[in-house]
Design a protein around this ligand. Structure first.
Ligand code: MEV
Length: 429
């Protein structure tokens, strides 16, 4: 990492052994950081530096997102204030507004299929795959017992390995046998529990199949851990029949076209991921689950459906995997995540999953309603232009003055913000 002439080397022996302070010093030299920049990087926000240092490797500091609260959510008859951590303007306001409209017809109804994950064990070079498959199924009870021996605590809480399937796959490298362990992970997201169980079965699977076990890992296509959210939106409340029809057309577009569908589903994930970050969840797992589930038919499809009911109201449904947990991981170790879970007031992983399902549906409704009427730019521009004003150096009253002028002039640009700051500062003095 030392600066050698003009070249910078990324090879640095023992960076991980240094205390945080020294790591930052090394980085300061590497990237010619200013003292101010080093101070910014060192700020770990609500996460104590020692905790951060044990969460990942080579920690140098923290990275903070704005944390906002989406209001008005009524889910399964209970009211929630929902913490969102994200950088994108309009998302929190859109969710709050959608939730307010959903309340008119009772809010969101959400069900779930239970906290069930799948662990996969890949066996290769299996001499007789069909026989191996039958033998594995015949040894199901012993395999499940071995898996459950790994986590007596989970089992005592009613969770654990409940079932086992075996698949024979034709692959690029010939036939393979894959054991799928079906595990109720309770209030945990479950990756640790499932991976430990899958690894523990290695010797038994090798002995039974006569093959070699390679991968043993959870599947993020969590299609046994689904949430299903529905809501009815009153036609008058949302702007009349045209808006209802517009949203149904928007859904039909996403259903027919993957380019549109990716953006449709992205809008859903705006809310799901923001709540996931706020509550310390593995958001990569949530994304992987969502998009693989959306593709399960062989075509990439929307995670929601929208239709008009007999009364002319709009009915939305969302169905997607939601692998979230309250025990283990950042949900427990990150103080901000813990506080956010307390704000939400959820008592179980499935309750958190249900809230996130409702949020996804609300977010999708808000996006489609805006897109099918005035478009999203007007709302976006308000916040965007405030951000531009701040980044150009506006403070205090100047932020709104500069932002409003840029919107009126339809010139929301950094250079214009600078000019306006100069102009308005001169006028004020
Ligand atoms: C922007 O972050 C999300 C939207 O593009 C979603 C959509 O198009 O449905 C507005």
């Amino acid at each position: 990492m030392r600066v050698e002439g003009m070249t910078r080397s990324s090879r640095f022996e023992g960076f991980y052994k240094l205390p945080l302070e020294k790591r930052r010093e090394a980085l300061k030299e590497f990237a010619s950081l200013t003292d101010e920049e080093v101070k910014t990087l060192a700020n770990t926000g609500g996460l104590p530096a020692e905790v951060a240092d044990h969460m990942i490797e080579n920690v140098i500091g923290g990275y903070t997102y704005p944390l906002g609260i989406a209001m008005n959510f009524r889910i399964n008859g209970k009211d929630y204030l929902v913490p969102f951590a994200l950088e994108e303007p309009s998302v929190v306001a859109a969710a709050s507004n959608a939730a307010k409209m959903a309340r008119v017809k009772g809010g969101f109804t959400v069900t779930n299929t239970g906290p069930v994950m799948i662990g996969q064990i890949q066996a290769v070079n299996v001499p007789k795959p069909d026989t191996a498959k039958a033998k594995l199924l015949a040894h199901k009870a012993e395999l499940l017992k071995k898996a459950n021996d790994q986590d007596p605590m989970l089992v005592s809480l009613g969770g654990g390995a409940k079932d086992l399937n075996v698949k024979k796959l034709s692959t690029l490298k010939g036939p393979m046998v894959v054991v799928e362990l079906i595990v109720n992970t309770g209030d945990a997201m479950g990756a640790n529990a499932v991976n430990t169980m899958a690894e523990a079965l290695t010797p038994m699977v090798e002995e039974i199949t006569g093959g070699r076990v390679l991968l043993r890992i959870i599947s993020n296509l969590a299609d046994r851990r689904l949430v299903k959210a529905t809501a009815v939106f009153d036609k008058e409340t949302i702007g009349g029949e045209d808006v209802v029809d517009g949203i149904v057309y928007a859904y039909a577009f996403a259903d027919a076209d993957p380019h549109r569908c990716a953006t449709h589903n992205k809008g859903i994930m705006n809310g799901v991921i923001a709540v996931g970050i706020a509550c310390g969840q593995d958001i990569r797992a949530l994304e992987a689950g969502a998009h693989s589930y959306a593709s399960r038919s062989g075509h990439y499809k929307p995670l929601t459906t929208w239709e008009k009911n007999r009364e002319g109201d709009l009915v939305g449904t969302l169905e997607m995997p939601m692998a979230v947990g309250l025990v283990g991981g950042a949900a427990k170790t990150h103080p901000t995540a813990r506080a956010n879970i307390k704000i939400l007031g959820v008592k179980s992983a499935i309750e958190l999953a249900e809230v996130m399902g409702a949020v996804g549906l609300a977010q999708n409704f808000a996006a489609l309603r805006a897109l099918a009427s005035e478009g999203i730019q007007r709302g976006h521009m308000k916040l965007h232009s405030r951000n531009i004003a701040i980044s150009a150096g506006a403070t205090g009253d100047l932020i709104d003055m500069v932002a409003t002028r840029m919107i009126v002039e339809k010139r929301v640009r950094f250079d214009r913000a600078k000019e306006l700051i100069d102009e308005l500062t001169k006028l004020k003095s």
